[in-house]
Design a protein around this ligand. Structure first.
Ligand SMILES: C[S@@+](CC[C@H](N)C(=O)[O-])C[C@H]1O[C@@H](n2cnc3c(N)ncnc32)[C@H](O)[C@@H]1O
Length: 208
């Protein structure tokens, strides 16, 4: 019962729990992954970055603190509303934008961002191709993408994964990236107490 509830909240935070509990919970669990993603993204001040499925927004805050202009897209209206409340000044200054939208139809124009990241999200993408095609479309040529996700064994170690989680193998994600027109770098595997084993896959967007 609790696992089913948590799985649905992780997939799309909603309701009162989504508004008030999920943000801090997700930030607490994902902190090491977001620190690694921030480093791997290597965004420079003034660049434009997308955080797809930003959830509690820890990566957004790190990017903004580094002078990066951030667009956050999440299908959770609760997470978007929370981010807009917390980043009023950044939004007014044109440094941040939060949009409700789906990964398979990103509400951004072509070549809209220099960097893109997505942490702990691809379990909710049974088919990676449409999402990677969208990330390819919104990144500039040569733009950098970083995906961070738990390894399949780690996903399956949580009983709640049966409620809709897809455990993608690291090699499968790398291959899907290559097929979508990215040049993936060798994956990096890491471990942290809060999340267990996870992978970081960075890739450059190829093509013109
Ligand atoms: C487990 S949370 C991870 C949040 C944050 N990135 C982190 O690591 O803590 C997954 C987030 O991705 C969002 N999400 C999942 N599938 C999505 C999709 N297809 N399009 C947009 N957002 C999605 C959910 O609404 C949720 O906020």
């Amino acid at each position: 019962m609790l696992n089913r509830f948590l799985a649905a909240q992780f997939a799309r935070p909603h309701g009162a729990a989504g508004q008030w509990l999920l943000g801090p919970l997700l930030d607490g669990i994902g902190r090491p992954m977001m620190a690694d993603t921030f480093a791997a993204l290597a965004a420079r001040p003034g660049e434009r970055a997308l955080d797809l499925g930003f959830g509690g927004g820890m990566l957004v805050r790190r990017l903004l603190a580094a002078g990066v202009r951030v667009t956050g897209v999440d299908r959770s209206g609760a997470m978007v509303a929370r981010a807009r409340r917390r980043h009023l000044a950044d939004i007014r200054a044109g440094r941040a934008l939060f949009l409700e939208g789906d990964a398979r139809a990103l509400p951004l124009g072509k070549a809209a961002v220099d960097r893109a990241a997505s942490v702990n999200t691809l379990y909710f993408w049974p088919d990676l191709a449409p999402v990677l095609a969208e990330l390819h479309r919104v990144l500039v040529p040569g733009g950098r993408l970083v995906l961070a996700f738990q390894t399949p064994d780690q996903v399956r170690a949580w009983p709640g994964h049966v409620h809709g989680f897809v455990a993608h193998a690291v090699g499968e994600v790398a291959q899907a990236l290559a097929e979508a027109g990215f040049a993936p770098e060798p994956p990096r595997l890491a471990h942290a107490a809060s999340v267990g084993d996870y992978a970081l896959l960075a890739a450059l967007r190829g093509g013109a």
